[in-house]
Structures are given as structure tokens and as C-alpha cells.
Design a binder for this molecule. Structure first.
Ligand SMILES: C[S@@+](CC[C@H](N)C(=O)[O-])C[C@H]1O[C@@H](n2cnc3c(N)ncnc32)[C@H](O)[C@@H]1O
Length: 334
């Protein structure tokens, strides 16, 4: 067994220097930190005078860290326990937002919180709720049918033994309840050994994505971030797995590469680029960061600057990832 090891005791913000050089808080401005966590990015931004941060996090535990930041920075900081897909509900009073930052995934503290059961090293009931959830991994494992589980494992985890694992789950749950370690055992019994990663990594990823509706969170987070930004505003996203990165890459690219239909025809809204791409290849952690911050190893940063106000830009992304949103919608049964 090859368990993921997190030697650190606290969460270290990933790609922090790279983010700061993109969003340039030294010139002041208002920023939205969509994934406050322990406040790593927020605190760094607020160290620069003339900055303001509006921070969100779905995990109620983040409120504690937010109170400390509030103590130090007062009115320059505002926190809401809210999911970032609801960014558009913030009362911004026509505020000019300089950058909106998403640092997806989980903080080290969340992974280590055994009550959340996010990791395959946890014991007890299956949970995986990050905060503001309607159902848990226990509901998913015990209530969805074989083909529904298979879809989740395959499309949200890229697990090639999805069918085998889903069949075993459905058989075993007839006899007994499946808890976190019970699920790990089922996966271990269904797969060949000698994996570079822990055999349960992909199934656990797929369940976390499903339980937390991470696909629609990301898609609507990006759409609403784009809507509230004015031209010149930047969106920065740090992803931790290929599914997230695929969505962010497509979103930025498809909205920054529109070609003119004909140079003799009058230009329409649809031919304008909504974004200017910040980077073609994702920015990844330096060797120095990899040495000191092991959980950063799968991080990829992409960013883009909004160029134009274009309405109805979301159709393409919703169509492209509709198959994932439909799988996510299996949760309506829960
Ligand atoms: C990787 S951590 C962020 C760490 C933070 N940048 C720091 O330096 O402390 C991700 C955080 O995003 C939060 N989160 C994940 N998905 C979210 C969503 N859809 N809406 C709001 N918060 C979310 C998690 O609860 C977690 O605290």
C-alpha cells in the first residue's frame, strides 16, 4: 500500500508567489478569494496597503481563521460562508474587482480532519462533505444503483475498474454497511496491486467530486466570476486534478480564441474574445516549492484577463460539459 504522506502540520498556500506576481496587490485594489481556507492568499494580499479582500469558503471551520484575519485587517476584509458558485449574490455595489482567485480542492487541515472522511486514511462513516452539502458519501454508496456508481467512478475518477468496484459495493451493502475502511477494502480486493498511487485514490476523488458537486461549482463559479468582473479584471485558478484542469483550460481557451468569421462582415459580439489568455501552458510549482510543500505537486495554475463585456458566453461550456453535469444530477435521488 502506498499512502499519500503529508509531513506538514499546517496548510501552506500553493503557488503563492506566482499568484501575487499575476494579481499585483502592491498597486492596491479589491480581490475576491473564493477559497479562503486558512487565509494563506488573503493574508498575503492584505499585507499590501490599499487592498481589500472579499473571501468565501463553504467550510464552516474557515470562520475561525476568518475572525483572526478580521482582527488584524478590520474593514479591509469581509468573509462569507458561501459556495463560490453563488459569487453573483455578493453585494458588490459596483466595486471594481481586480482579481478573483480560486484555489480548488482541500486544505491540508480538511484532509487531516478525520470527521470529514475525505481521505482513504480516515476511519468511521463515509462522509466527504466539505460544507453546505445536502448528502454524504455514505448516501451515495448505499443509495445509488450499480450503473450510477459506475458512471461516477469512471467519469469523476477516471477509474478503469469502475464496473468491478460498483458490482462489489452493491453486493456487499446487501449484507452490511460500508464505512470508509470497508470501501478501501472493497477497492483493494477489486484491483491489482503495485500502483504508484494508493489503489483507492481515484474512487475517493470521484466521490469527493460528486458529494461536493465540484463540477457545477467550478463551472458556475467561473461563469459568475466572469459576469461580475469588469474588463481588465483577472481570474486565477489553481487546480489539483485533470478533470478540474480540463474544465478551466477549455473555459479560458474557448473564450479567448474566437476567430473573425469574415473580415468583410461587420463584427458581432460573438466574434470578440471575452478573455486574453494569461498562459498557454499551466504554471506549476517550482522545484523549491515541491521540496517544501509536498501537496503542491499536482497543482496547475491558469489565468486570464477579461477583455470585453460579452453576454451569453456560457452556452459553449455548458454544452461541452453537460455529460458531467448530468452525472452530477444523479444526486437528485438522494
Ligand atoms: C486548497 S484550500 C484553499 C487554501 C487557501 N488558499 C489558503 O491558502 O489557506 C480550498 C478551500 O476551498 C474551499 N472550497 C472548495 N470548494 C468550494 C466552493 N465550491 N465554494 C467555496 N469554498 C470552497 C474548501 O473548503 C477549502 O477551504
Amino acid at each position: 500500500m502506498n499512502a499519500t504522506i503529508f509531513p506538514e502540520k499546517k496548510h501552506y498556500p500553493v503557488l503563492l508567489n506566482e499568484i501575487i506576481s499575476i494579481i499585483t496587490p502592491q498597486y492596491g485594489g479589491t480581490f475576491i478569494d473564493c477559497t479562503f481556507g486558512q487565509g494563506g492568499y488573503t493574508k498575503k494580499i492584505l499585507e499590501y496597503p490599499k487592498t481589500k479582500v472579499i473571501a468565501l469558503d463553504r467550510d464552516i471551520e474557515s470562520i475561525k481563521a476568518s475572525l483572526n484575519v478580521e482582527k488584524n485587517f478590520g474593514k479591509r476584509f469581509f468573509f462569507k460562508n458561501k459556495k463560490f458558485s453563488h459569487l453573483n449574490e455578493l453585494e458588490l455595489n459596483n466595486e471594481n474587482i481586480k482579481a478573483i482567485i480560486f484555489d480548488l480542492g482541500y486544505s491540508y487541515t480538511q484532509i487531516k480532519d478525520t470527521t470529514k472522511g475525505l481521505s482513504f486514511n480516515s476511519y468511521g462513516d463515509l462522509n466527504m462533505k466539505m460544507g453546505l452539502n445536502k448528502f454524504s458519501a455514505k448516501d451515495v454508496i448505499h443509495k445509488l444503483n450499480k450503473s450510477e456508481l459506475e458512471k461516477i467512478f469512471k467519469f469523476f475518477g477516471d477509474e478503469k475498474d469502475s464496473k468491478k468496484i460498483a458490482s462489489k459495493i452493491v453486493k456487499i451493502r446487501e449484507i452490511k454497511k460500508i464505512d470508509t475502511q470497508g470501501l478501501v477494502k472493497i477497492i483493494e480486493a477489486s484491483k491489482k496491486k503495485n500502483y504508484k498511487i494508493h489503489v483507492a485514490t481515484k474512487i475517493f476523488q470521484s466521490l469527493r467530486v460528486f458529494v461536493n458537486k465540484e463540477i457545477s461549482e467550478l463551472i458556475f463559479g467561473l461563469i459568475n466570476a466572469t459576469k461580475i468582473l469588469k474588463p481588465g479584471g483577472i481570474i486565477v485558478v489553481v487546480t489539483f486534478h485533470s478533470l478540474e484542469d480540463k474544465i478551466v483550460k477549455f473555459f479560458f481557451r474557448s473564450l479567448s480564441e474566437k476567430k473573425s468569421i469574415s473580415r468583410y462582415m461587420p463584427k458581432t459580439d460573438e466574434e470578440d474574445n471575452l478573455f486574453k489568455l494569461g498562459n498557454k501552458k499551466p504554471i506549476v510549482p517550482s522545484n523549491k516549492e515541491l521540496k517544501t510543500n509536498a501537496p503542491s505537486r499536482s497543482a496547475k495554475l491558469r489565468f486570464a484577463t477579461k477583455e470585453k463585456n460579452i453576454h451569453k458566453f456560457e452556452k459553449e461550456i455548458l454544452e461541452k460539459f453537460n455529460y458531467l453535469l448530468e452525472i452530477e444530477n444523479l444526486s437528485r435521488k438522494l
